[in-house]
Design a protein around this ligand. Structure first.
Ligand code: ADP
Length: 490
């Protein structure tokens, strides 16, 4: 690795137990699991392995705080104030949070500090401002009646999040839930529980009452499934793989819970020959390699118009080859390790498949170093639609470049996937850009940019990339029920 290890101070881990009803407790079973530093493959610490009894206790606390507790009695404006305070406390510890996230997840500290954390703060503050602006409407109905609707919190929200943006996923889930007056039982990903636990501590310090936020670390089929099946939970918000969402949908059917899903993708990123190719190459590079390629919206199918192909490939190849890999805790590092061995092995197997199926590897193609789960930024050219690397979500630093010439053919190919999370187009032709935005079946479309996120802009998928939207007003509504009240005026 590029940086002298001795100059880097490892962040302190302060919380490793379940956070239930405002108290830290070991798992009822006494079991723990290891969380690993993916840059060194060493154990960071042991974390409580929550399971059904811990979920039961957490749901009981969340139910109590919702049904009769202080949260349901608090004025919305005061709820908002506590959320602003939580954001302020996080901001005071922003460097510590960036380091802890980097340690547990492997993402470069600079990216955590300048990318993830500002979005975390924005999201919490955006929804804090919404807390006292949630209202229904009055509706003229036939007869002598007064009819109005109320927007009420959906109740106890079970929130299950992945490991790729651990803190940001907490903010996306807690923000709308707290603003609307819901209470929370969260299960963080088993790979990255540490920042979520620390955030729970700060929520308590901010004055959010006990029982409003509960965090149970543990595994999906045990703690996660218990949360999904629990009759005391009103809604599940899940981010992760579509296969897990299918299990969750089945498990939640017994209690008919409200479900929102943000799932995977195989997003088309289209480069027209008239585009500014420097910008398009830089955008495609970030759109794929950001966060070690571990983004659900990664632009993993790059369609380049034939006339621009040679020049574009050359530019992207050079960028990929220049990317600085190394210790994620070093401020110079641009790419850290993949999150764990399972992901590393999966990505390496796709690189093998890409080679075996006849794509041409023009950059990377191997692991980086011999310790930690590092994968070289890899670019495959000459990819065709039927290859595995063009069809499956790899969730790693592997770009597939495909070519096209005909516009209608491109649109059909861009849409020829069961995913529909994001899409992008690079062009100077504004009509083409809008036509693409209209005809591509995806929840987010970027024109001459990529990975532009904002708390106010809804995010989510068409088709098997999701259900419902997060962020913005739509994300908030997903945590509310609408109630119609009719009063006789006779
Ligand atoms: P990834 O490949 O990103 O780990 P998963 O969908 O497997 O995606 O995991 C996302 C989250 O879902 C994690 O917190 C994981 O523990 C949880 N999870 C996995 N399986 C289940 C399940 N059967 N029920 C509920 N949650 C689950």
């Amino acid at each position: 690795m590029a940086t002298a290890e001795s100059t880097i101070k490892l962040p302190k881990v302060k919380h490793t137990e379940c956070f239930i009803d405002g108290k830290w407790r070991p798992a009822a079973s006494g079991k723990t699991f290891e969380t690993i530093n993916p840059a060194t493959e060493e154990v960071i610490c042991e974390v409580a392995e929550g399971d059904k009894p811990d979920i039961d206790a957490a749901v009981k606390a969340a139910r109590k705080a919702f049904d009769g507790g202080p949260w349901s009695k608090m004025d919305a404006r005061d709820r908002g104030k506590l959320m602003f305070r939580l954001a302020d406390l996080i901001e005071e510890e922003i460097d510590e949070f960036a380091a802890l996230e980097s340690l547990d997840n492997g993402k470069p500290i600079n990216e955590a500090r300048k990318g993830d954390l500002p979005l975390v703060l924005d999201c919490l503050r955006y929804y804090a401002g919404y807390a006292d602006k949630i209202h229904g409407s009055t509706i003229p109905i036939r007869g002598n009646y007064f009819t109005y609707t109320r927007r009420e919190p959906v109740g106890v929200a079970g929130q299950i999040i992945p490991w790729n943006f651990p803190m940001l996923m907490v903010a996306w889930k807690w923000g709308p839930a707290l603003a609307s007056g819901c209470t929370i039982v969260m299960k963080p990903a088993e790979q990255t529980p540490l920042t979520c636990l620390r955030l729970a501590q700060l929520a308590q310090e901010a004055g959010i009452p006990d029982g409003v936020i509960n965090v149970v670390p543990g595994f999906g089929p045990t703690a996660g499934a218990s949360l999904v099946k629990h009759p005391g939970v009103d809604k599940i918000a899940f981010t992760g793989e579509h296969r897990t969402a299918q299990i969750i949908m089945r498990d939640a059917s017994e209690t008919l819970k409200r479900l929102t899903f943000e799932l995977g993708g195989k997003s088309p990123n289209v480069v027209m020959a008239d585009a500014d190719l420097d910008k398009a190459a830089a955008g495609a590079y970030i759109g794929l390699f950001l966060n070690q390629g571990q983004c659900c919206c990664a632009g993993s199918r790059v369609f380049v118009q034939k006339a621009a192909h040679a020049e574009f490939v050359d530019k992207v190849r050079k960028l990929a080859q220049k990317r600085r890999l190394g210790n994620p805790l070093s401020p110079d590092t641009e790419q850290g390790p993949q999150v764990d061995k399972a992901q590393f092995d999966k990505i390496m197997s796709y690189i093998e498949k890409g080679n075996a199926e006849g794509a041409k590897c023009v950059a990377g193609g191997d692991r980086f170093g011999d310790r930690g789960y590092f994968v070289q930024p890899t670019v495959f050219d000459g990819v065709t639609d039927s290859m595995s690397i063009a069809q499956d979500e790899i969730f790693g630093p592997v770009m597939s470049i495909l070519t096209f010439d005909d516009w209608e053919d491109l649109l059909a190919r861009a849409n020829n996937t069961f995913y529909g999370l994001a899409a992008a187009i690079w062009t100077k032709n504004i009509s083409r850009a809008h036509e693409f935005a209209k005809r591509v079946r995806a929840g987010t479309v970027w024109v001459n940019c990529y990975d532009v996120f904002d708390a106010g802009a809804p995010f989510g998928g068409f088709k098997m990339s999701g259900q419902g939207r997060e962020l913005g007003e739509e994300g908030l509504k997903a945590y509310t029920e609408s109630k119609t009240v009719t009063v006789s005026l006779d």
